[in-house]
Every structure is written in C-alpha cells, then in structure tokens.
Design a binder for this molecule. Structure first.
Ligand code: SF4
Length: 776
C-alpha cells in the first residue's frame, strides 16, 4: 500500500526550520493567490503549459502535486508564489520551503519527460503592483533525484507511521458500531440519509427535530462511509462553542466505545482564544513560543498524536502539549490539521475568504466531507464574512496615530471619502458601485501601509492596524462585488472641530461605506464545490427554496425532513390571537402579557422562558411583572451578557427551581440551549421575530424581490418565523418532556404562519376572556 503525500506537505514536513515569522503577512488570500497564478500563467507565450500534474514514487511513498507551469521552449519549470509587501522581508525559511517544492517538482518533471536537466524558476508575483521577481537556477536531473530521495527518506518513517494509522483507522471504521446500541426514533432515518450522501458524494440538507441526537446521528454515518470513499478528512463546522463541545463529546464517546479506533480529532479555536502571549507579535523576536517553533514542532507533533490515540485534541489538551514543548498552541493546532482525521471548528474555518481548512483542502487536493451543524445560522454568518465595512471616523482615528510617512496617502483617501459624502443628500443610500477613485486611493493607502510595515514590522498596531485589515477585506470584497451584495453609504453627523483632515471643503459628515453581502450563495457554492460531500443539518431549514437560494446548494442536493419523535400530547401550543405585539400596540400588550404569564405560572408553577422582540420590550414587561407579581421569581437577560452571566442565567433553571426567565428572541437563550425535563416547563413567545423594518432591510428586500421575487418573505417573514420555531424548540427535548407554548400575537393565527410551524404541533386558540383594546 502506498502512502500519498502532496509535494507541499512533504516539503513543509522536511524543509521548515527555525522560527515562526508572520511579519511578512498579511499573505494574499486563497482567492488572491489563485488569481495571481492565473495572471502570471496568462502572460506566458504558447506552448506554455499551466498546472502540470506530476507524481513520483519512492519506496512506498507516492508524491504528487501540480507544478504551476512548464515552458517547453525554455525547458523551464515555474513555481509561482504570490505576495504582498517587501519581498526582501520574506523570512529565509519561507524561501527555503519554496525552493524545496520547486526542486521536487523539478525532479518529477525530469522523470516524467526524461529530461537530463531543467531550469527551475521561482516566480514571486506582487499582487498589488502585478510585478514579477524571478529567481532561477538550472539543475541536473541526477541532482534533483538525489534531493527528492533525501527528502522522501526523511519522511519515510513518518509515512510508515501514517500508513499504519490509516490502515488501523479504516479497519476500525468498517467495524464501527453505533455507540448507543440502538438509534432513537428518527435518528436512524437521519443516519441512513447522511450515509447515502457521504457514500455517493452528494450534498444533503437534513431538517431534523431537536432531541433525536443530530450530532452523533450525522458524525457516525459519515465515519462509517469514510473507508469506501477514501476521504482524507472530515470537517465538522459549528456556529457556536456549544456545538463544538457536542461534537467533541460525541467523538469521545465513539472512541471510548471503540477503543481500537485511533481516530485523530482536533478542535480549532480562534487565535485570540489560543494565544498565550496576547501582548506579543507572532515572530521569534517577540514571542518566545514563536522563537525556534519549527525546531521543536516535531516533538510537539509526536506528543499530540500519541495523545490523540485515546483522546480528542481539544483546546485544553493542545494547550497542555504546547506548554510541555514550548511551542505556540495556535500554530501547533494549524500544523496538526494536516495529520488529523476530524477537525472541529467554526464556520469561518472553512467558509471565510481566507479560511485555513478550505485553503489546505485546495492546496493538498484533499477529499473532504463537511458537516454543517445548525445550518440555519450559515446564512447570517456567511453574510457577515462576506460583508466589508469602512467607517470614516475610525479611519480618521487611525490617521491620527499614523506615522508621518503615511499622512499624505491617507489624506488623499480622506478627500475621496469626503467626495462621497458631498455627493450624497440622504443619510442612507445604495449606490451602484464603489467610486473608482476611492478604490484607487484605498489601494494606494494599503500599499503604503504594507511597505511601511515591511520596513517597520512592529510599528503598525491599534487603530491603524485595524483600519489596514478592514481595508484589505474591503478591497477583496470590492473585487468580488456583484448582485449578491449591496454597496451602501451611511452618513454620520460629525463635530467639525474634531476633523483632523481639513482640506478646504470641510464636511460636517463622515461616511460609513459598506459592501453588504445579501445573498451568500455564489460565494458559499465554491466551498461546497471543494468538498466531496456536504451535509447541512438543523431543526429549522424550511422552506427549502429559501435555504437553497441563500446557500447556493448544488443541483443534486438531497433533502430529508425527519419526522419528530415527539407526540402532540407532549406539547400544548396555544395561539393568543387577541394580543398584538406590533410596535404601535406594544403599550396595550403589556398588561395582558403579564396577566397571561402569571396566570400560567400560578396554575402550574415551574420554569418558563418568555421571549420578546427587544430588550426594551423585556424591560417594560418585567417592570410591570415585578410590581404585579412580586412573589414570582424572575431573571432577566441583559444586553451584552458575558459567558459567565449567560451561564448563571441558565443555571437558574434546575429540576427543582421555579421562576421565569425573560429574554430576547434570536438571542443567546433562544437557540442552542438544552433544558430537558423539569428544567423548562414552557415558553411564551411575544413576537413573530421579524427583523426590524429599516432602510437597510428595505434595500435587502428590494434585492430579494429582484432576484427571487420574494422580497418580504426572504427578508422578514422566513427569518422571523425560524427564530420562533427555534425558541419554541427549547421546551420539548426528550420523549418524556411535557410542556406548553404560548404564541402571543394575532398573526400567529394566519395560515401562512401556521404552515411554517412544525407539523407535529397541535395548535389551539387560547380562550382569552377579554378582548385586548386596540389603540388604533
Ligand atoms: S503565542 Fe500568541 S503571539 Fe505567540 S506565536 Fe502564538 S499566537 Fe503568536
């Protein structure tokens, strides 16, 4: 059996030494890199060959990869590297790595074409100036073969160990049995559909109710299908930390019940959460864990993989290994992605423009399976990943802290910004495109800051650094700008006296420029395309058309709607249709809502959650509730609660406690929390959850109308009802739970709303005695 390794992975393993050094960043994104490659390749005259597939063997190692280009006329093979900034500042170990890759490709090409020698050209392409710097050397085939053999020999022990790992893993996966013995109701149906999707390499959307065990019900069949599909990795992507924890627990359970399964599972967290020295920069001169990182990495990697046999490499486990070997835990986890079987991370680890999991998948040509947990969140999260915003006030704060060398270029940008303000009468307006002059000035500012930071690596920080990264994202998104996004300008009133950049035509406004993604589908679709199979699952993925249009799912996507395992008798759903929660009726709604909640509580004391559309609504209802029912315990969600406060809020719901938690719909307590049994007896939902009507949402609605002829539904209605169903889903978590839900608003009685509510609910009209007196 051969062990297959990419040229890139081989060289990263054998040729990386010394310290971590990220001063040369920001590196181009994967998209910028690919674009840069295409630009260089397009410049080459015929008969230039781009993307040349090459492979070669050494003992039981199969090395494969794609050289960027070969020019037969000049007998020259090229390796293209895109960069931004000052090439001279590139660390030596990066340069060594690039030469190592090129020499390996050189030998593979000589071998393929029977060449006696070849010219190796390392082409550095500046993505900003579009200029190339070419370093070249001619090498004999025999010397290249020797180099190839040496690198492979160095890697061979590792490859043997990896080969053994894969053999044991696949054999154990074939024998894998479901860790719970039997499936819950609905769980088998879900697992079978996921297995088929993984087996046939399809995309699947699975709507499955809470409480059936979706995490293990999707992970297990994916693992089971793995050996037949020759997958390289599975990525389990979540919107929240709680989702990551569930996946880690499920995989730990699988490993515990199947001790011979040496599955390597790694948790990925954001750099800020893993960093041991937040006050330092990621290079050897600043951070002790970056200094000599690659020299200590092999021992740390070995220790981590040894630990991974029986455990999962979660954040804490990785931290302990990193501490022991004195390496950075964040960059250790990045290295371990290559050697792991399952990576559990946030959506942005795969879907973001510069996402590491996607970048590695493309670079290594991995066959991957992707599981997207609570997939209804992907629309909102993807929109924010593909949205870029630049605020002029923040820019001006950055300008205040900028070094003298940058002032001229920043002032030029400020003038272009002022022109945008001057041209606009309304406070908010959508424009067709970002003005070209502004983009040119922004690009010049980015280039100037990049050059300056290349020469003064530690001088760019604070506001200027934030503006720099925001600008990079803005320029990337402007290149991708299309009908999936809006370009809008919001004017802010500004105190003239604080303007540091007066230039004759002083404005009393500043502008916030936003490239606002509305339809993430075209951008997400590329990510789906890079995976062998994808399964998206959630309890709320209706209606299909909406999710399909928003997420850009492949044509052959399968859909499954798993029936609920719960019985209608478990849940009393009552529509309180004589109360309106519309803003104009809010005042009048408070007393009847307080009355309704206290009546239910007094009839059946227990734990309840009451959801409202805003913190202000919560405040007004709780004010009256406290004065009319001082003996009923209540606890209230407040704006910006930290993790400890959230934990304390949820800790009030115990099997023996009684009281009412007041919260906002769509907030931290309206989804992703699990309060089974007596920890939650019921919920009151006093809103349809519709997003606020404002200028931005009205523009989104127009775009949805023009694209899908469904402006109101796609902007307000579907997202709103989804939040209601998610919040209501907190009440029944197991087949033994019983509870009550009050849907408080007359619109809940409308058939179009009822159609979006779960089929298994038996909905009744609440027999409220007195008609609420309408104010209008
Ligand atoms: S510990 Fe922090 S500063 Fe040091 S290399 Fe890691 S992420 Fe960078």
């Amino acid at each position: 059996m051969k062990y297959t390794v990419s040229v890139r992975a081989l060289c990263e393993f054998t040729a990386k030494q010394g310290s971590l050094d990220l001063r040369f960043t920001p590196a181009p994104s994967a998209e910028e890199g690919m674009l840069g490659h295409r630009v260089v390749q397009a410049r080459r005259p015929s008969p230039y060959q781009a993307e040349v597939n090459l492979s070669g063997e050494y003992k039981h190692l199969l090395v494969r990869g794609r050289a960027d280009g070969f020019d037969p006329a000049r007998n020259q093979i090229e390796e293209i590297k895109t960069f931004r900034g000052e090439l001279g500042m590139m660390p030596d170990n990066h340069r060594r790595l690039h030469w190592a890759q090129l020499r390996i490709y050189g030998w593979l090409l000589c071998r393929k074409l029977g060449l006696a020698r070849v010219c190796l050209a390392l082409v550095y392409f500046d993505i900003v100036s579009k200029k190339e710097v070419v370093l070249s050397e001619t090498q004999e085939a025999s010397a290249l073969k020797e180099y190839f053999d040496t690198q492979c020999e160095y890697f061979l022990n590792w490859a043997e160990q990896e080969l053994l790992h894969r053999t044991l893993r696949d054999a154990a996966l074939i024998r894998l049995s479901f860790p719970h013995g039997s499936f819950r109701q609905g769980q088998r149906q879900l697992a079978e559909a996921v297995y088929k999707a993984a087996k046939h390499g399809h995309c699947l959307i699975a709507q499955a109710p809470t409480g059936i065990g979706k995490t293990i019900g999707t992970l297990f069949p994916f693992l089971k299908a793995w050996p037949g599909q020759a997958l390289d990795k599975i990525f389990f992507l979540t919107a929240k930390t709680s989702g990551r924890k569930l996946a880690l627990d499920a995989l730990m359970l699988i490993k515990r019940t199947q001790p011979e399964l040496p599955l390597r599972v790694i948790e990925l967290v954001a750099r800020e959460k893993a960093c041991e020295h937040p006050d330092k920069a990621c290079h050897g001169a600043s951070c002790p864990l970056a200094n000599g990182f690659y020299d200590r990495l092999p021992q740390a990697r070995n220790a981590a993989l040894e630990l991974a046999v029986a455990n999962v490499l979660d954040k804490d486990a990785l931290r302990a290994v990193a501490r022991e070997h004195h390496v950075c835990p964040y960059y250790l986890s990045q290295d371990l992605i290559q050697w792991s079987d399952v990576a559990i991370g946030d959506y942005n680890h795969y879907f973001d423009l510069g996402a590491i999991l996607h970048g590695l998948t493309v670079a290594n040509q991995w066959a991957i399976g992707v599981l997207v947990d609570e997939a209804h969140n992907l629309i909102g999260r993807a929109r924010s990943m593909y949205t870029a915003e630049l605020a002029q006030t923040r820019f001006q704060a950055a300008r205040r802290s900028a070094p003298a060398q940058l002032i001229k270029v920043l002032d030029r940008l400020n003038r272009c910004w002022n022109v945008i303000c001057k041209d606009q009468v309304e406070d908010y307006a959508v424009r067709n495109a970002v003005p070209e002059k502004f983009l040119v000035a922004l690009q010049q500012a980015v280039t100037a800051i990049t050059d300056y930071s290349a020469e003064n690596p530690e001088s760019i920080n604070g506001e200027l650094q934030r503006f720099y990264f925001d600008s990079l994202h803005f320029t990337r998104m402007s290149e991708l700008f299309d009908e999936h996004s809006l370009f809008d300008v919001t004017l802010d009133m500004k105190d003239e006296s604080t303007d540091p950049v007066k230039n004759g035509t002083l404005r009393n406004h500043t502008a916030v420029l936003c490239l606002r993604n509305v339809i993430p589908a075209p951008l997400i679709a590329h990510r789906f395309g890079a995976a062998k199979s994808v399964v998206l699952f959630s309890a709320t993925l209706s209606p299909r058309r909406f999710y399909s249009d928003m997420l850009g799912l492949p044509e052959n996507t399968g859909w499954i709607d798993v029936p609920s395992p719960f019985k209608p008798e478990q849940l009393l759903v009552q529509v309180v249709s004589n109360i309106s929660t519309l803003y104009r009726h809010r005042e009048a709604s408070i007393s009847p809502i307080v009355d309704l909640i206290s009546r239910q509580y007094l009839q059946r004391p227990g734990n309840y959650l009451a959801f409202f559309s805003s913190f202000e609504y919560v405040r007004r209802v709780t004010l009256q509730f406290r004065s009319s029912q001082p003996d009923i315990p209540i606890w209230v969600q407040t704006h910006g609660m930290n993790e400890i406060e959230q934990h304390e809020f949820l800790a009030r719901f115990t099997a023996t406690s009684q009281g009412i938690g007041f919260a906002v719909l769509g907030g931290s307590f309206a989804e992703g929390i699990d309060l089974p049994g007596k920890r939650l007896n019921g919920a009151f939902i006093a809103t349809l959850g519709l997003p606020q009507v404002n200028e931005v949402n009205e523009q989104v609605k127009l775009r949805m109308d023009s694209m899908f002829n469904a402006g109101y539904d796609y902007t307000y209605f579907f997202p709103g009802i989804r939040k209601v169903v998610q919040a209501a889903g907190r009440v029944i978590r197991t087949p033994l739970d019983e509870g009550v839900i009050y849907l408080i608003d007359d619109r809940f009685a409308q058939p179009r709303v009822r159609r979006l509510l779960p089929d298994w609910w038996k909905i009744q009209r609440f027999p409220y005695p007195e008609k609420q007196k309408r104010q209008d």
